[in-house]
Write a protein that binds this ligand. Sequence first.
Ligand code: NAP
Length: 346
Amino acid sequence: MRNKQVIFRDFVLKGAFPKESDMEVTESTIELAGAIAEGSEGVLVKNLYLSCDPYMRGRMRKLTDPSESYIASFQPGSPVTGVGVARVLESGHPNFKKGDLVWGLTGWEEYSLLPALQTCFKIEHTDVPLSYYTGLLGMPGLTAYAGFIELCSPKKGETVFVSAASGAVGQLVGQLAKLFGCYVVGSAGSKEKVDLLKNKLGFDEAFNYKEESDLDAALKRYFPEGIDIYFENVGGKTLDAVLLNMKLHGRIALCGMISQYNLEQPEGVHNLMQIILKRVRMEGFNALDYYHLYPKFLEMVLPPIREGRIVYVEDTVEGLENGPAALVGLFSGRNVGKQVVLVARE
Ligand code: NAP
């Protein structure tokens, strides 16, 4: 059987933006019949949707020391790997059987032979779009839940600021904030995204950070009394300005710093003294440490999704050949909502 693949060509240097040409689309073949050897716990899957995630930039660099990252680099000459939604075609694993739908780590290819499905969840609820398991009901959704609810313990009436707010993680953080009765403001990089935040995703206010020459002044405009919770997705100057506007005992969930991923040298964080003065709690976290809470997360978000009280915006490109452009587009803000690659419609 033909197996189209997105092959990672070579490591991307520190300080460089990833490019489409760092990957190439090729066609190989795969023998589907008898793919699982007797006694193996391997699983053969047909990939349906793939997720483009900012952390994948980290996997494009050559690690000089494994302690630099929690996840291995891509292998030059091998398919890109990432989170996806797939249909099980054959399984030697006791937890998965032929026909199951799963989400977890897979290859950027039409068919993947996975040695073992360890970080993989069986999809039990199919009355929602399957693609949601790359975003809203997948790793980014769990990230929003872990960072906002588990780390920041929001309370009714609190003020919340979210950066990269229209993205895969941010749009859910904002909607969770509204469900908790908070006042929430989001920042994003275009008018279209700002309109989405205000008119579709229920944010109280939103602004285009590219049009604000003084971020501190912008935050003072939207938060005259200060910020209780900041959900950090971008880092750099945004964090500097936020620190000046935090309230006493404010909480900051350090989720990601996409503005720093392609820099030769990360920018320093200024205004750290504010953390002491205002007794702010700032905590970094990794969604991987919260996978055990996935059932609890589903229990919380499925009802509001079904009732239309949580909505989700996706930006879907069709075909593996459009995957590389979609992935590198995350770093210029090309995606409007969660970036998904549709590999196959069933
Ligand atoms: P996303 O927001 O769907 O896509 C990335 C967005 O980041 C772009 O659309 C763009 O939006 C913004 N961006 C890109 N370059 C930027 C820059 N130089 N300065 C400011 N904004 C920039 O991505 P996501 O999946 O939701 O991820 C958001 C953040 O969460 C990332 O930092 C990611 O690494 C992090 N994350 C962390 C975990 C964890 O476990 N800790 C898990 C998932 C994600 P604009 O057009 O609005 O600028």
